[in-house]
Write a protein that binds this ligand. Structure first.
Ligand code: ADP
Length: 353
């Protein structure tokens, strides 16, 4: 009760202080129970929703319910279409020249890839976003022509790799332009005009990703996969240009690995994942609470996305969770992460009034 009251108070502060919220929204998606969850006590569902408030999710741990308030919670019945509805307006913003970041965060097996890529029969955000871009561009305006290019990048162990390049094992650097912007020398940009082009590009990336590793499943859960779509609009009469970027990121699994369970390479991987995910959390938190210093340089991921995270950009974080007892510790860790990146300290909010 007391907790709910405090949450209500927070909501009030949030609403009063719209400018503090920034262009960052944090959503949660709970995946359905799947066969791999098994049976019995450990497969018992521990996540529930609120009939009246679609921003609330509850989680049962050690006999105690904990409540989390986010911008929107998707239940197990939510469809790919419904999730995409939250994204559609961001795609339009991208055509208007905004930089957009969409992240899927969560432990391995929580549904990140389902939400971003989706199965062939029921595609996720990536394909739907590109289809929507093509649709808008095709409907077109008489005044603007658009060129759409994509990069596919992987960040593994703090190394940036180009999955559309000739040598996917080559490590790329992030450089600073003279004008202050960032660029990645040698990165492959592929122009796409139709969804068939996009599928071809994805296939190249998948093949490249597989040649650079031995166990694809393990590898993909330990690396961040980035699909970066650049939309360049040119005004036909004036020649003026508008450039927008849509960064679609399937993050590495957020599960915590204990020192006792890992050694050598595995431990180093785990430390790098922890580092980059907490750097992302810190950056989003600093932006959301309008702190003067934003620690972009603490990881390759946040450094690479610097220009799409700050300033006039829009960010959507989809925190994925599994619904069952055996994953409850990771579910709580993910929901706490979601809550943290979303929360502006009350102290700071009061100062501003
Ligand atoms: P992650 O990318 O986080 O490791 P996956 O996306 O591979 O997780 O999801 C794990 C399993 O759960 C897969 O078999 C996937 O098909 C299934 N799954 C995840 N989310 C959903 C959903 N919303 N509806 C149906 N199946 C889902």
């Amino acid at each position: 009760r007391k907790y709910r009251h405090e949450m209500k108070l927070r909501k009030k502060y949030h609403n009063e202080l719209v400018e503090l919220k920034g262009n960052i929204r944090v959503l949660c998606r709970v995946r359905p129970v799947i066969q791999e969850d098994g049976e019995g006590q450990s497969a018992r569902q521990v996540v529930t929703f609120d009939q009246e408030d679609d921003g609330i999710v509850n989680c049962l741990h050690k006999g105690r319910w904990q409540t989390f308030e986010l911008d929107r919670v998707f239940t197990q019945e939510s469809t790919q279409e419904e999730v995409f509805e939250e994204v559609r307006s961001l795609v339009v913003s991208c055509l208007d020249g905004y930089n957009i970041c969409i992240f899927a965060y969560g432990q391995t097996g929580s549904g990140k890839t389902y939400t971003m890529e989706g199965p062939p029969s029921n595609r996720g955000i990536n394909q739907r976003a590109l289809a929507e871009l093509f649709r808008i561009v095709e409907e077109g305006s008489k005044d603007w022509s658009y060129a759409i290019t994509v990069n596919v990048i992987e960040i593994y162990n703090e190394m940036v790799r180009d999955l559309l390049g000739n040598d996917p094992t080559e490590k790329l650097d992030i450089k600073l332009h003279n004008e202050g912007g960032l660029h990645v020398p040698g990165l492959t940009y592929t122009q796409v005009v139709t969804l068939a082009d996009v599928n071809e590009v994805f296939q190249v990336a998948i093949n490249n990703r597989a040649t650079a590793c031995t166990n694809m499943n393990e590898h993909s859960s330990r690396s961040h996969a980035l699909l970066i779509v650049t939309v360049e609009g040119t005004n036909i009469t004036t020649g003026a240009k508008i450039i927008g970027k849509l960064n679609l990121v399937d993050l590495a699994g957020s599960e915590r690995v204990h020192k006792s369970q890992a050694a050598g390479d595995r431990l180093k991987e785990a430390q790098n994942i922890n580092r980059s995910l907490s750097a992302l959390g810190d950056v989003i938190h600093s932006l959301r609470s309008k702190q003067p210093h934003v620690p972009y340089r603490n990881s390759k991921l946040t450094y690479l996305l610097q220009e799409s995270l700050g300033g006039d950009s829009k960010t959507l974080m989809v925190v994925q969770v599994a619904p069952v007892e055996k994953n409850v510790a990771e579910t709580l860790a993910s929901l706490n992460f979601a809550q943290r990146v979303r929360t502006v300290e009350l102290g700071q909010a009061t100062q501003k009034t």
